[in-house]
Design a protein around this ligand. Structure first.
Ligand SMILES: [Zn+2]
Length: 253
């Protein structure tokens, strides 16, 4: 853990190993190259009935540093928020091998775009075909030899099974929009990000979680991969997200 935090701090300028240590992450599994896959849980501070459950993923693409930092900013905020109402599980760095590669890269250590590796039922029929026909075999978008072939993908799937989220948030960069898949009316804005549906790709989390599992999947595309939002901007996104969940996912009774 200490070395995982030191590695992250060496790689992401302006990110502090101490901030990582204070996040109190637990290790659940290991990446393809044996790096720890880390998470942090938060219980609701004001519980009324059955709390909503929210799964947050940062850095599924290894070259999107700002996504990792925003997940840590949210961890810090959730730790200190005396009123937050939900059950959270935050996975701040889903693709540590891609992040630590020289140079950092989108894919994991096996060259797989993890956000094309989720086992949507039509993966076999569509993912590799889409990759060759629509991306011209772009190595940055390789969906893998088969669905859920990668340890990082399987770890996220295990979190979805065990944590049973009501909503999934995945943080990316640099398209500067808010994307949405699945049921419910999408949020029109979260902080400075505005809704602009991007459509889902075969094997993406939006495709798997939104279209197949019928869970709302909120994709945050931060404006740049290297420049992190301020703590204030990041907090506003989180506050708007909590408000949206409160309204959109209201449980009966
Ligand atoms: Zn991305």
């Amino acid at each position: 853990m200490v070395s995982a935090c030191a590695e992250l701090a060496r790689r992401i300028s302006g990110f502090d190993a101490e901030q990582c240590r204070l996040a109190g992450l637990a290790q659940a599994a290991a990446s393809a190259q044996g790096r720890p896959l880390l998470y942090r849980d938060f219980a609701p501070r004001r519980a009324s009935g059955e709390p909503h459950r929210v799964l947050v993923l940062g850095g599924i693409h290894g070259d999107e540093f700002s996504a990792v930092v925003v997940a840590f900013q949210w961890i810090e905020r959730l730790k200190n928020d005396r009123f937050q109402p939900y059950q959270w599980r935050v996975l701040p760095c889903v693709n540590p091998d891609g992040l630590m590669a020289q140079p950092a890269r989108r894919m994991n250590a096996n060259g797989v775009d993890l956000n094309r590796n989720f086992p949507a039922p039509d993966w076999e029929a569509r993912a590799l075909k889409f990759w060759s026909a629509r991306t011209g075999h772009d190595p940055r978008r390789y969906p893998g030899p088969k669905a859920a072939s990668e340890p990082e993908t399987r770890w996220v799937l295990e979190q979805i099974r065990s944590f049973r989220p009501d909503a999934i948030v995945s943080v990316h960069a640099p398209l500067n929009v808010l994307d949405f898949d699945g049921p419910y009316n999408p949020p029109v804005k979260l902080g400075y990000l505005r809704l602009q549906p991007l459509g889902s790709y075969p094997g993406s989390l939006g495709d798997y979680g939104g279209d197949f599992l019928k869970l709302p999947v909120i994709t945050l595309e931060l404006p740049t991969a290297r420049h992190t939002p301020s703590a204030d901007q990041s907090a506003r996104i989180l506050d708007d997200l909590i408000d949206w969940i409160d309204t959109a996912l209201r449980k009966p009774g």
